[in-house]
Design a protein around this ligand. Structure first.
Ligand code: G6P
Length: 612
């Protein structure tokens, strides 16, 4: 979704805003802009469709100097992604400048009211309405803070906003309802951002704004209040990662870097949480809900996109190893279908960003219905992480590539740890089995590294298939969701149509698509479904489809059935999806790279979708 940055202090704000926008660009990247208050108390601005780097080439930095400014990188919701609709937006007199992430749902009725009060508009955006609404109330009150407060009580929808007013040039006002916003506290300066990536280079001390709160920020002070004017005291928190973790470190793309980081990120997920001698798992963040979790009648897992795929694997894990009924729901459907949720149910919310609007709404619905909510989240301090009853961070580190990779495998590891914890409590796994599985955890990073070291082998296959129009991904059992995730990765970044299916279901439709031009990727580890998968491969082969198989290293038989074999070390069913995902990540990466696609910022997508 959109990224917001702001600066007030003693330095020239422009370079800080631009650097911040580049770091936030993964949140949205169809247009960007900045507005800065100069020494003569005028607001100067520049905004344009395109990537932040392209925009930088078009403005004159001297015309944008000043120590107070705001910036925005956009992912369009209302209005086409063009120069006019780019943020910042202004009231008609250009006194107020605003950057906004979210959607003002009642903007049309507000616009009509403002038009009848003589206001006119030059863009199609909901944000311009908000700028004029603030100006309208400023004219009546002559008080910037009060004007924002009153305007926000008129507004329905979601927002993270940062506002300048040239009549009160020594402050920035920010407010939050549904879209993340934080303050980075430096010496005599404050950096505002929708996430820590834009702040970390300047300070590690941050304050997260909560929904329904606003802050008035001056050079050397700030004050947080609720929108209804009650004082708020909020503790300063420390950001725990550093800049090198969000830089490319020599890799061509963040996605490639993040795929290759997985042996480390997976260790960060389980480090200190599993005793390798006893196989016992301890997740500190779940202690306060352990009774609920161990006695749950049912576990519902929800999330969006890749997180939903992780949830599907989680369903297999929980039912297979713990014998607890588990269900997986798209977060976007959850609350609209009047779900039957009981107080004994546990709802697990999976979200890399912890900010996805649909997942947040599902959390609220589950809480309203009395279920216990557990978060599996990456971004520390994010909304879901803060608002669930209990949670476990996956600790995968910042994920910048829009296509999720390391977060997915760490989500799978977190689900596996929860599974082992419950299985131990319920006795559905014996001590011996737990120890065996724990010893598999220990060797997993080495096995992942082994796959990663062979990544150059994938380039050849990518070249071969880069012009394919369609792909089919097939897997069974624990590896059916891996097939879905493999297909999602390919379509996200290469724009090739791809579908994932349970391998046997292929006979009930997709088989009609098979001809000599159709590549079919099979996930075929040597597990209990192996023989069945071989039959499915033969069915495709008989129709001349091209077969790419993910298979175990010692499986020599598979070469008889496959055009290409991508080999992975064998593992227990609990962890096989983690290993089997990596070749699929590479396959999609190298195909997208061979097609010259923008791997890290695919068209139309956003890293974190904070609108419904
Ligand atoms: C967006 C991203 C996906 C991600 C999904 C859920 O659609 O492009 O990569 O899986 O949101 O995001 P979350 O942050 O909740 O895991």
């Amino acid at each position: 979704m959109c990224g917001i940055v702001g600066y007030i202090g003693r330095r020239n704000s422009l370079s800080i805003l631009m650097e911040g926008l580049k770091r936030l660009e993964y949140r949205g990247y169809d247009s960007a802009g900045v507005a800065v208050i100069n020494d003569s108390k005028d607001i100067n601005f520049f905004k344009k469709a395109g990537k932040v780097k392209e925009i930088e080439e078009h403005f004159d930095p001297d015309a944008l100097s000043g120590t107070t400014g705001i910036g925005h990188t956009r992912w369009a919701t209302h209005g086409a992604p063009n120069d006019t609709n780019a943020h910042p937006h202004f009231d008609m007199g250009k006194n107020i400048a605003i950057v906004h992430n979210g959607i003002i749902e009642n903007y049309k009725s507000l616009k009509r009211k403002l038009e009848s009060a003589g206001f006119s508009f030059s863009t199609e955006t909901d944000t311009e309405v908000l700028a004029n609404l603030i100006e309208f109330h400023f004219r009546n009150t002559n008080d910037f803070e009060k004007a924002v407060r009153i305007a926000l009580t008129d507004v329905e929808g979601t927002y993270g906003i940062a506002i300048l007013n040239k009549k009160e040039p020594d402050k920035i006002i920010i407010a939050r309802m549904g879209s993340p916003l934080m303050l980075g506290l430096g010496k005599d300066e404050t950096i505002i951002s929708s996430d820590a990536a834009a702040i970390i280079n300047h300070t590690k001390n941050v304050i997260y704004l909560e929904d329904g709160e606003m802050a008035v920020i001056k050079r050397d002070s700030f004050q947080i209040k609720t929108i209804s004017d009650e004082d708020i005291f909020r503790e300063v928190q420390k950001i725990e990662f550093d800049l090198t973790e969000i830089e490319k470190s020599g890799f061509e793309h963040f996605m490639l870097k993040e795929i290759c980081e997985q042996p480390d990120s997976i260790q960060n997920t389980y480090r200190g949480r599993i005793n390798f001698e006893t196989g016992v798992v301890k997740l500190g963040g779940l202690e306060n809900v352990s009774d609920k979790l161990f006695n749950a009648k049912r576990i519902i897992i929800t999330g969006c996109g890749t997180a939903w795929h992780a949830g599907l694997v989680g369903e297999y894990m929980l039912e297979h190893y713990c014998r607890i009924p588990a269900e997986v729901e798209y977060a976007s459907e959850f609350r609209y279908r009047n779900p039957i949720i009981n107080r004994d149910d546990v709802v697990i919310l999976i979200s890399q960003s912890g900010e996805t609007a649909d997942t947040r709404a599902a959390m609220k619905e589950a809480q309203r219905l009395g279920a216990t909510t557990i978060g599996i989240v990456n971004v520390v301090g994010s909304t879901i992480a803060r608002e669930v009853d209990a949670g476990t961070y996956i600790h995968a580190g910042p994920e910048i590539g829009v296509a999720s990779t390391k977060a997915f495998t760490s989500q799978l590891m977190s689900l596996a740890l929860i599974t082992l914890m419950i299985a131990n409590n319920k006795g559905t796994l014996s001590e011996k089995q737990l120890i065996e599985i724990a010893s598999e955890v220990k060797v997993l990073p080495e096995k992942m590294k082994h796959i990663i070291d062979k990544r150059n082998d994938y380039k050849f296959i990518a070249e071969e298939f880069k012009d394919a129009k369609n792909f089919l991904y097939l897997g069974r059992g624990f590896n059916f969701p891996v097939a879905l995730e493999g297909a999602l990765k390919l379509k996200e970044i290469s724009y090739i149509h791809a579908e994932g299916y349970p391998a046997a279901e292929m006979k009930h439709g997709p088989i009609a698509l098979i001809d000599e031009n159709m590549p079919v990727v099979f996930i075929a580890p040597k597990d209990s479904t192996y023989d069945k998968i071989i039959s499915n491969i033969e069915e495709i082969k008989a129709r001349k489809g091209k077969i790419i198989t993910i298979a175990n290293e010692d499986d020599m038989e598979i070469s008889n059935y496959s055009d290409y074999v991508l080999r992975v070390p064998a593992s227990v069913p609990l962890f096989a999806p983690i290993l089997n995902s990596i070749p699929l990540q590479f396959l999609s990466y190298y195909i997208a790279a061979a097609r010259n696609c923008n791997v890290d910022q695919p068209r139309n997508l956003a890293k974190s979708v904070t609108v419904e």
